[in-house]
Design a protein around this ligand. Structure first.
Ligand SMILES: [Zn+2]
Length: 157
């Protein structure tokens, strides 16, 4: 009975303490000059500034170079693109001409057998717009990928 009373009193004491603490801190906040509204305002402003600077940064990287392009730059880029295209055409020609040999192994000169192409070989021949064949030599285990001009089936008469 006695202990119960004590705990009850302790409980009351605690709640009173929290209430007074809240009251004191509330009064303290009223009297101190912590500018909460200004802090929130500056935080929002900083956030806005940050997003603006991020936008400007992105614009300066991705858009401004293209807007500020001079005519000579455009011509230069065009020339680079054309030269790259010609280079690809040249590589394509080389690949065809180098694979114009007969179906014999370049190492041991025995007959080559056509085997299945892997996926990247198929993609490569599609990218170059060429027919390709993958050949394997049973004698020396040599294998090679060869490219051919796409045969115009329709114009054969
Ligand atoms: Zn061979």
């Amino acid at each position: 009975m006695n202990t119960k009373k004590i705990t009850r009193e302790q409980h009351n004491y605690r709640s009173e303490l929290t209430i007074t603490a809240l009251l004191l801190s509330g009064v303290g906040l009223l009297y101190t000059d912590i500018p909460f509204h200004i802090m929130v305002q500056t935080f929002i402003q900083r956030l806005g500034d940050a997003t603006v600077s991020v936008k400007q940064f992105l614009v300066s990287i991705f858009i401004e170079p293209f807007v500020q392009l001079e005519f000579s730059d455009i011509v230069g880029i065009l020339m680079i693109v054309i030269s790259l295209g010609l280079m690809i055409v040249q590589i394509r020609k080389r690949m065809i001409s180098s694979s114009y040999e007969s179906h014999s192994c370049p190492l041991c000169d025995s007959k080559l057998h056509r085997v299945h192409r892997s996926r990247w070989q198929l993609w490569l021949s599609k990218a170059l717009y060429l027919s390709s064949g993958y050949f394997h030599c049973d004698t020396c285990d040599h294998s090679s990928l060869r490219f051919y001009q796409k045969t115009p089936h329709l114009h054969r008469g």
